[in-house]
Ligand binder design. Structure first.
Ligand code: HEM
Ligand code: HEM
Length: 178
């Protein structure tokens, strides 16, 4: 199988990479930035959605930010699909041997849910936008709070690994040069 990234990470004896692929690292931080953009543009998206399907006035700023929401949200969908494919083809580096088993399990669940939400949210957003169905829009919006909770948990975990367990996890996710 051909990995999606051009980098050839060194592998462990059982064939797992010792580092994140360059593609994974770049897409991880791109998605972080895009989620911040999404939160800023969310209210304008609601205004654009309402104006499109119910009529009424729409400011130029709301139109521009609304379309930004659509473009950046679709980019998140593409980025997460590419990351998932890269993850399935290349694999991920093993968790640090010093990490407590419970922390590793929590990290696995958090990561899986982050993937699920970041694929489901843009799909529901696109369905709402294409069909105009309020039900899709409601589901889309409903997932925002769980996403924020997961991100908070995830960041707390990353900081705990860095400053408490003193593992290499954060450096591994931040280092493009090897
Ligand atoms: C992971 C990516 C995305 C995130 C985190 C996100 C986040 C949000 C949030 C927080 C809102 C609520 C706005 C509010 O109630 O003030 C919203 C609304 C909306 N988003 Fe997204 N969005 C994403 C992707 C998309 C995409 C790709 C589309 C496609 C067009 C989209 C379409 C919509 C629509 C139509 C609404 C209005 C829903 C309504 O009025 O009830 N979103 N989005
Ligand atoms: C919107 C915010 C974020 C999202 C959606 C997100 C998402 C993810 C996902 C899905 C993974 C798992 C990768 C995989 O298993 O394939 C991951 C890994 C990671 N993230 Fe984030 N992340 C975010 C913000 C951050 C921030 C702010 C930090 C640093 C403080 C961070 C540090 C890490 C680290 C160190 C890993 C690797 C963990 C490990 O080796 O087990 N992330 N992130």
């Amino acid at each position: 199988m051909t990995p999606l990234s051009t980098a050839r990470p060194v592998r462990t004896a059982d064939g797992r990479p010792l580092a994140w692929s360059r593609l994974s690292i770049l897409l991880h931080w791109l998605v972080v930035v895009l989620i911040v953009v999404q939160s800023v543009a969310a209210d304008s998206m609601e205004a654009l959605f309402d104006a499109t399907y119910e009529g009424g006035p729409l400011s130029g700023l709301d139109r521009a930010l609304g379309w930004t929401h659509i473009v950046c949200g679709s980019a998140i969908l593409a980025a997460m699909a590419a990351r998932l494919a890269d993850r399935l083809l290349v694999g991920r580096p093993p968790h640090d041997a010093g990490d407590p088993a419970l922390a590793v399990r929590l990290a696995r669940v958090t990561h899986a849910l982050l993937y699920a939400l970041l694929l489901a949210m843009p799909v529901l957003g696109l369905l709402a936008w294409i069909t105009g169905e309020e039900a899709f829009a409601d589901l889309h919006t409903l997932l925002w709070t769980p996403l924020l909770v997961l991100v908070a948990l995830h960041v707390a975990g990353a900081l705990a690994q860095q400053f408490w367990f003193r593992t290499d996890a954060l450096r591994r996710m931040a280092r493009l040069r090897r």
